[in-house]
Design a protein around this ligand. Structure first.
Ligand SMILES: *Cc1c(COP(=O)(O)O)cnc(C)c1O
Length: 387
């Protein structure tokens, strides 16, 4: 008879099969127990838990279906998915072209990390026609990083044309597809090599879990992504993967509501005397609408608008008067959010002026008429300090 100490170590191991639930089991494990000695070094066995177990695998499979990808890698955040993809394919001496309207922390990674490792970084104007963009590429240009629509100012790009031209030159393309939540637009169908998104936004949907993904279709690109994660040693928790998979189930339903309410609020804002421009590619007449109509099957609830020029105090009064919009970064959750954009445009190399004080809104799942009334009160506060 073994001692109590030993028996307590061996106690409580379930031996039967697990009950079948709607969601995958959340397995927790670094060690994976192997059936015999030969299996320890047999590559066909999963031998370690870092790359994820049942919940992570289920999420990867579901995301691959959503983006029509062959392989998907998971990362601890959206920013890690962007940096991880770049690190997986670039080497010293390479040069990359990055849209000037890229998410600001991506720009920080390019400037402060990639450059330090000997990668040249140039920011291009997203308004450039695709042929002129490709004319910027040289011998060393290895990759073009797009974001369409761009962060804060929502410029659209002709992704298919850029990807097609890049391919004929042997240049890789990647896109930050967070606005489309990997669902409203499928970059891989348009010839892009890597579709990257922050799952933290709409897939999560509740502003409380971080994760990112990168999807690819060609086996060589899938392998590069997987090797990149392997080499950097990143892991995502099973609980978080489970949460993301749960969010994915209601993503289309939530996006439909975010999108419809967003368009309603944007159309209303356009009629207000304080508003000089709407930056929402889903709204007819707005910049990029034709490309959006061609490529996207819907819009989410994120857009920006310009107020007629006014003081900083007036802009702050607008935001501080809002009661249904939280003031904060990130987006994609059930609640509405607002922020001022100008401080984030400072580093941009090309366009910085959008004809007024730029505000970004995330339209949540509230009743849009309540949000409109809240915005009207904010605009009144703005007007009172602008005349
Ligand atoms: C938020 C965001 C990211 C980064 O995602 P995290 O999960 O917060 O790291 C990347 N790209 C875009 C466009 C984003 O809005």
């Amino acid at each position: 008879m073994t001692s109590d100490e030993t028996r307590i170590i061996r106690a409580g191991h379930l031996s039967g099969p697990l009950a079948r639930t709607v969601g995958p089991p959340i397995q927790k494990g670094s060690t994976v127990l192997l059936p015999n000695a030969a299996a320890l070094y047999d590559d066909s066995h999963l031998t370690y838990g870092r790359n994820g177990l049942a919940a992570q695998e289920a999420l990867r499979e579901a995301l691959a279906m959503t983006e029509d990808a062959v392989g998907v890698s998971l990362y601890p955040s959206g920013l890690a998915a962007l940096s991880g993809t770049l690190l997986a394919v670039l080497k010293a001496g390479d040069d990359i072209l990055v849209t000037d309207t890229v998410y600001k922390p991506t720009r920080r990674f390019c400037d402060r990390v990639l450059r330090r490792y000997g990668v040249g970084v140039r920011y291009y104007d997203p308004a450039l026609p695709p042929t002129e963009l490709l004319a910027l590429a040289g011998e060393a240009t290895r990759l073009i990083l797009m974001e369409s629509p761009g962060s804060l100012t929502l410029e659209m790009q002709d992704v298919a044309a850029i990807a097609g031209l890049a391919r004929t030159r042997g240049i890789l393309t990647a896109i930050d597809n967070t606005w489309a939540a990997g669902f409203l637009f499928r970059p891989l169908d348009h010839g892009v090599d890597f579709s990257i998104q922050s799952l933290t936004k709409y897939v999560c949907g509740h502003s409380d879990v971080f994760m990112g993904s990168a999807a690819a279709r060609e086996p060589e690109r899938v392998r590069q992504l997987a090797d990149g994660v392997l080499h950097l040693g990143w892991a995502v928790p099973g609980e978080d993967a489970y949460q993301m998979l749960r969010g994915l189930r209601t993503l289309p339903t939530r996006l439909a509501r975010h999108g419809e309410s967003g368009l309603k609020v944007a159309a209303w804002l356009r009629e207000q005397p304080e508003v000089t421009a709407i930056l929402h590619p889903g709204l007819p007449g707005c910049p990029g609408h034709e490309l959006w109509k061609r490529d996207f099957k819907g819009a989410p609830g994120l857009f920006s608008f310009a107020l007629k020029p006014g003081s900083r105090g007036a802009a702050e009064a607008f935001l501080d008067t809002l009661t249904l919009f939280g003031l904060g970064f990130s987006w994609g959750g059930f609640e509405s959010l607002a922020l001022a954009c100008e401080p984030q445009l400072k580093d941009r190399a090309h366009r910085k002026d959008y004809g007024g004080t730029l505000m970004r809104l995330h339209i949540g799942l509230e009743d849009p008429d309540d949000l409109i009334a809240d915005l009207r009160a904010g605009l009144d506060a703005y007007s009172a300090l602008t005349r």
